[in-house]
Ligand binder design. Sequence first.
Ligand code: BTN
Length: 325
Amino acid sequence: MLNLNKTPTQTQLKILELLSSHQILSGEKIAKVLNISRTAVWKNIQNLKKLGYPIVSEKKGYSLKSKDLIFYTKLEKFLKELDPKFKIFYLWETTSTMDVAKELSEKEELCLIIAEKQTLGRGRFNRHWISNEGGVWMSLLIKPFLSLRDSFILPYVAGVSVVEALIKITNFELFLKWPNDIVYKEDDVLKKVAGILVELGAEVDKLKYAIIGIGINVNNEISSLEPTAISLKEISNSVWDRTQLILEIVRIFMQYLKKSFKEILDTWEKRSLTLGQMVRIIQLDKEIVGEAFALSEDGGLLIKTKQGEIVKVFSGDCFHLRFSS
Ligand code: BTN
């Protein structure tokens, strides 16, 4: 069963948008603007509160405690212009947007699933991904014309799109760290701003769908359990517009998806902090230490060991020996 029960209705989304652009609004005013009864306003507000939205009822009317919400209508308008097939699913809370995307993959072609909170967010190697309010937690469901073999390019497409969108909007010095973290360099410490998780559905060697999961620490509080993470808000001491950020990422992603593998890998190399560095790659059964110097044509990281051997790796945890992270 599709877990969409924590999705606000169209009327509720309109109420949220009205409240986020006003300090306070009376039930009467909302009813007038939306052409619904005051009882309908009251009921919808109660349901939004039940979902978890921070709405305060006062004598003079209703107000939102936090104006930092993702704007569904703006997302929908922009993404439908980008591609009319786009469907957007905006949830207050879900287990993981990856789960929702997977359920949608049977029927849908192109979707963006966003949640304000995830209760069971996951990262690479099934690690827990803390997803409190204020971050960007989203999954893009796509059905690209790619063989399973060529699907290695998708995490790279996502990596370059996220780092370029973040740099464009924030102007911060952000880099890609292999395999696909977006990091901020604070003196000699690398702090993780965003992570990417790609899950595939395939039949024999044919790719049926790909789910691109993107998690970005934007305005969320970083938990003490994540000492190597940092949010955009922490870097700049200001709140960022998450809707704009999401739109920029999807726009750039759709553009990169049409580019040649060479161009994508070259851009990744240019934006990466890993190449030219001494790294330690930790895999389940082994460790590789050496200088990371390039990406191979099939998406592996090429490392030259002390013994002069060239090793190609496709997965693992990567530690930069010069920086602590
Ligand atoms: C990683 O760095 O390990 C990848 C983290 C990916 C997190 C995102 S948040 C949205 C989507 N839903 C999830 O459960 N995970 C991805």
